[in-house]
Design a binder for this molecule. Structure first.
Ligand code: GUN
Length: 292
């Protein structure tokens, strides 16, 4: 069984990005600039955004953090999005999700200039991704593809099962695994209403779990020799940990790992790659790689 080390891979990619930024600076260009908008004080979101700022430092990017309290209005947030869209010194920005219930996430996402949408959530990027055109690909699926590539995992013609159909992970992951230019696999998407879930999963050469349900994937759902990618990062109470919780993946790692040819751990698997891919998207935005 091979452990797919997302932490080490992400560290290496960040070094590669920093080297490229050094070359940009040496050529008289400015560093790529990522801005993040954070509403409220949700623990998970605070951690994500803090890690994004740290990743920017590691990549030698400029970063800005724009904070709003929970009671910010939709209009105020839309005005900030508009300002960031117009700011020539900002290459890309994200609005951390989830947003408070009184704000339409979709309205905010659609207000972001797709050329600065380094999260890849805007319908133009989602649509272009679906038909294989150059675009910002959302960070988690992009990170998973990068792990599969760097670990030489053959996906062509393989049976890939994606568990979960979220807009951020499940749907784009399935689209990308399907496409000739990426996974080139035979793809099945399973969700909470799927019948024969155990049999579907057990048929998979590559199983990608993105359901957000701790230890959902048990050993009886995994074919011996399968590659298992665990996207879950649920905080579960754990009094033995300093923070009182630990991160639990969607996979029952202890019992599933011995069956696999390769598996991602939680933490240290997909998570670090996600933030790293956001950096790569920001670098692409600064270089106008996808859009003029
Ligand atoms: N919330 C959880 N994951 C993400 C992400 O990748 N981007 C944004 N903007 N919000 C998130």
């Amino acid at each position: 069984m091979q452990l797919i080390d997302g932490k080490a891979t992400a560290a290496k990619i960040k070094e590669e990005i920093a080297e490229e930024v050094n070359r940009m600076l040496a050529a008289g260009k400015r560093a790529p600039h990522l801005a993040a908008v954070l509403v409220g004080h949700d623990g998970g979101s605070e951690t994500y955004v803090r890690n994004k700022v740290l990743a920017c430092e590691a990549c030698r990017f400029t970063s800005s953090l724009i904070r709003f309290e929970e009671d910010v209005t939709e209009e105020e947030l839309l005005a900030k999005v508009d300002e960031l869209n117009r700011d020539p010194n900002v290459d890309g920005f994200i609005v951390q999700l989830p947003l408070p219930a009184h704000i339409s996430e979709q309205k905010i996402i659609e207000a972001i200039d797709y050329r600065k949408d380094v999260d890849g959530f805007h319908p133009i990027n989602v649509g272009r991704m679906a038909i294989g055109l150059p675009c910002f690909i959302s960070a988690t699926p992009k990170g998973i593809l990068e792990l599969l590539r760097r670990y030489d995992i053959d996906t062509i013609g393989k049976k890939c099962v994606v568990l979960g159909r979220s807009n951020i992970v499940g749907k784009p992951m399935a689209q990308l695994m399907l496409q000739k230019g990426y996974g080139n696999a035979t793809v099945t998407v399973c969700h909470s209403q799927s019948r024969n879930l155990q049999a579907e999963c057990r048929d998979a050469d590559i199983l990608i779990a993105a359901v957000g349900s701790p230890a959902f994937v048990t050993a009886d759902m995994v074919k011996p020799g399968a590659v298992v990618i665990d996207v879950g990062t649920t905080r579960v109470p754990d009094s033995t940990r300093p923070k009182g919780f630990r991160l639990q993946g969607d996979v029952d790692f202890e019992h599933v790992a011995p069956l696999c040819s390769a598996i991602t751990p939680v933490p240290g698997g997909v998570g670090p790659m996600t933030i790293c891919m956001l950096m790569l998207n920001t670098l692409s935005a600064a270089k106008h790689e996808f859009y003029a």
